[in-house]
Design a protein around this ligand. Structure first.
Ligand code: KIV
Length: 264
C-alpha cells in the first residue's frame, strides 16, 4: 500500500492518471473511501450544508473542521487528508491563518489544507502557511465562501474577461506554491485550457472531464445531490428512508423485535 502524497499528485498528472477525491466527515465513511482507493479525502466546509443543516458554508468554524478532521485522519491509511480552511480562518491575519492551518495538521492529523480564492485575496496567508511547511490546495471558480458576492451559487468564468482572469489566477497560485487547484463550476473548455496550462494538477467539480482529477461532495453521489454535476452512484438516501419506514412499520406491527433479537 503506497500512501498518496502531494508528490503523487504531481506524478499522476505527469502520467495522465486521473486523481480521485471525495469529501468525508467521519471515521466509518472515511474508512470506506480509503479502502475503495480514493486518492484524497477532503474534510470540506461543505459539512455545514451536507451534515449540519446550514444554507451555506459560512457558519462552519475551525473547531468544526478540526472535530471532523480528527475522525477522518484516524481512518485514512492510504488516502491523503485535506482539511478545508473555513470562512474567516485565513482572512484576519497571516499569523492567524498559519496558526489555524497548523492546528489542522498538528491536532487534526491532516496532510494539507485548502484555501478558497485568488492570490489577490489569499496571497499573504498562503505564503505564511507554505513557509510553515504546510502544503496548500487552491480553489478557484465558484468558491462557496464568496456566495453572497457572487449573488448565489452561479457558474463562474463565462465572459472572456472572467476566463482570462481565472487562468491568470490559476497560474499565480501555481507560481506561489500550491500543489493542486480545485476548479469549481466553470465552463469545461476553460477548465481544460487551465489544466493544460499548468504543471500542477487541477481537480474539477462541475468543470468537465478535462481536469486532472475530480472531486465531489460524498452526499452528491449517494442520492442527496441537486446540482447539475451531481450523480447518484448508489441511492443511499432512498435506502435510509426505506429502512426507517420499514423499522417504524415493523415495531408498530409487532414483527420486530422477533424472538432471535432478544436474550433468554
Ligand atoms: O467543501 C467542500 O466540500 C469543497 C468541495 C466542494 C471542493 O470545497
Amino acid at each position: 500500500m503506497t500512501k498518496v502524497t502531494t508528490l503523487s499528485f504531481g506524478d499522476r498528472k505527469a502520467q495522465g492518471d486521473k486523481i480521485t477525491m471525495l469529501t468525508a466527515y467521519d471515521y466509518p465513511t472515511a474508512r470506506l473511501l480509503d479502502e475503495a482507493g480514493v486518492d484524497a479525502i477532503l474534510v470540506g466546509d461543505s459539512v455545514g450544508m451536507a451534515l449540519m443543516g446550514y444554507a451555506s458554508t459560512l457558519a462552519v468554524t475551525v473547531e468544526d473542521i478540526l472535530h471532523h478532521t480528527r475522525m477522518v485522519s484516524r481512518a485514512a491509511t492510504r488516502s491523503m487528508v485535506v482539511a478545508d480552511m473555513p470562512f474567516l480562518s485565513y482572512h484576519i491575519s497571516p499569523e492567524d491563518a498559519v496558526r489555524n492551518a497548523g492546528r489542522f495538521l498538528a491536532e487534526g492529523g491532516a496532510h494539507a489544507v485548502k484555501l478558497e480564492g485568488p492570490m489577490s485575496r489569499i496571497g499573504a496567508a498562503l505564503s505564511h502557511i507554505l513557509d510553515a511547511g504546510i502544503p496548500v490546495m487552491g480553489h478557484l471558480g465558484l468558491t462557496p465562501q464568496s456566495v453572497h458576492q457572487f449573488g448565489g451559487f452561479k457558474v463562474q468564468g463565462r465572459s472572456d474577461e472572467a476566463k482570462a482572469q481565472l487562468k491568470a489566477d490559476a497560474k499565480a497560485l501555481e507560481a506561489a506554491g500550491c500543489f493542486a487547484i480545485v476548479l469549481e463550476c466553470i465552463p469545461a473548455e476553460l477548465a481544460t485550457d487551465i489544466s493544460e496550462s499548468l504543471s500542477i494538477p487541477t481537480i474539477g467539480i462541475g468543470a468537465g472531464a478535462g481536469c486532472d482529477g475530480q472531486i465531489l461532495v460524498l452526499h452528491d453521489i449517494l442520492g442527496w445531490g441537486k446540482a447539475r454535476f451531481a450523480h447518484t452512484f448508489v441511492d443511499v438516501k432512498s435506502a435510509i428512508a426505506q429502512a426507517a419506514t420499514d423499522y417504524v412499520a415493523a415495531v408498530k406491527g409487532g414483527s420486530y423485535p422477533a424472538e432471535e433479537h432478544g436474550y433468554q
